[in-house]
Design a protein around this ligand. Structure first.
Ligand code: XMP
Ligand code: MG
Length: 179
């Protein structure tokens, strides 16, 4: 699949599976007496969220939001528009925002402010990936999968021009794909 388009595998399927298990264990301990309401940010977080939810030995509710941040296809501006809002009120809920990747942090920072204003009982972040060298606004991430170099990555939910989301691993694309 996508033969010849991937430059290198950054995080293998096995590493993702293992890390998801580890995160689920920690989250399960932290939320032992609570019901987690996962909020996934479409579309990138879908693969990670569905695997994480099933790895958690706890009842989990799933909600989704779609946002678009103005800017080019590979960098964000911090100006965010809600394309799809939550269907439900989150007042009093224990919210876990599940993200595929934190790059500049601008999108998530905006989202956390927006969700925080809706009076959840608690709100934490679980992200599979983070690019420490790209961070522009500090974000407190309670549950982190992997820190990765400041490179554009695809796979396991992450796309370039809507492709590669269905890859089971995280990788980088050959430069000629972008041109
Ligand atoms: P910020 O910069 O606001 O961006 O933290 C977060 C969103 O930007 C997208 N993004 C990526 N998508 N490969 C992708 O496929 C990447 O390397 C990448 N970096 C950022 C993604 O939608 C994320 O939620
Ligand atoms: Mg994207």
């Amino acid at each position: 699949m996508y033969d010849g388009e991937i430059e290198k595998v950054l995080i293998s399927e096995e590493e993702i599976v293992q890390k998801t298990r580890e995160l689920a264990e920690v989250i399960a301990a932290d939320y032992a007496d609570k019901e987690v309401l996962m909020i996934g940010v479409l579309k990138g977080a879908v693969m990670f969220m569905s695997d994480l939810a099933r790895a958690l030995p706890l009842p989990v509710q799933l909600e989704f939001m779609a946002v678009s941040s103005y800017g080019s296809s590979t960098s964000s501006s911090g100006i965010v528009r809600i394309l799809k809002d939550l269907d439900k009120d989150i007042t009093g809920k224990d919210v876990l925002v599940v993200e595929d990747i934190i790059d500049s942090g601008l999108t998530l920072s905006w989202l956390l402010k927006n969700l925080g204003a809706r009076n959840p009982s608690s709100i934490e972040v679980c992200t599979l990936l983070r690019k420490p060298d790209a961070i522009k606004v500090p974000i407190e991430v309670k549950y982190l999968g992997f820190d990765i170099p400041n490179e554009f990555v695809v796979g396991y939910g992450l796309d370039y021009a809507e492709r590669y989301r269905d890859l089971r691993y995280i990788g980088t694309l050959k430069p000629e794909i972008y041109s």
